[in-house]
Structures are given as C-alpha cells and as structure tokens.
Design a protein around this ligand. Structure first.
Ligand code: SF4
Length: 89
C-alpha cells in the first residue's frame, strides 16, 4: 500500500449505547477523519462530538493495547488474550 493511500474503515462508535455507525479514514496508520456512516441503518450518518474524540482515545499513549495483569508486587505485566480470557472465565 502506498503511504499516501487512504483506507476507509466502517465501525460502530462504542462510547455509548447508541452505537452510531462511523466511517474512519486512515492514511499511513494515522486517522485523518471520522464521520458518521450515512449507510448505517440506525444512525444514518448522525454522530455526536464524542465520536470525533475517538481519535484522541486511539492516540492516547496511556490507552491499553493488550491485556495486563497485576503482579504480586503491585506492578503490571502484559499477558496474552487466551490467558486473559481464561482468567476472566
Ligand atoms: S457518536 Fe455519540 S451518540 Fe453515537 S454512539 Fe458515539 S457517543 Fe453515542
């Protein structure tokens, strides 16, 4: 894929129960726009300002990107998804 190529991802906003359809454009691993998905049968292109802020959450250096487990000494360690699901179940 060329670096200047824009790819579009269709997802549901997970910030509240409305689960509005969103259209996310990404170039070279960076979000360049977030808009309402006009083809979403429920939200029909409407979103609130929080959906646009999803980019801030995505880019937040403190965002969890993989499962973590607290160790006995109070620190945190990265664990795999299978381990996380097993512990949760
Ligand atoms: S866009 Fe706004 S209203 Fe829609 S799901 Fe996200 S937070 Fe909720």
């Amino acid at each position: 894929m060329a670096h200047d190529e824009v790819t579009t991802h269709y997802r549901a906003c997970n910030l509240c129960e409305a689960t509005c359809g969103i259209e996310i454009e990404v170039r070279d691993g960076t979000i360049v726009s977030i808009r309402g998905d006009r083809e979403d049968p429920f939200s029909r292109g409407h979103i609130c300002p929080k959906a646009v802020a999803l980019q801030d959450i995505h880019d937040d250096p403190d965002r969890l990107r993989h499962p973590m487990r607290r160790t006995r000494d109070g620190d945190w360690e990265r664990i795999g998804w299978e381990t996380a699901f097993d512990l949760t179940a």
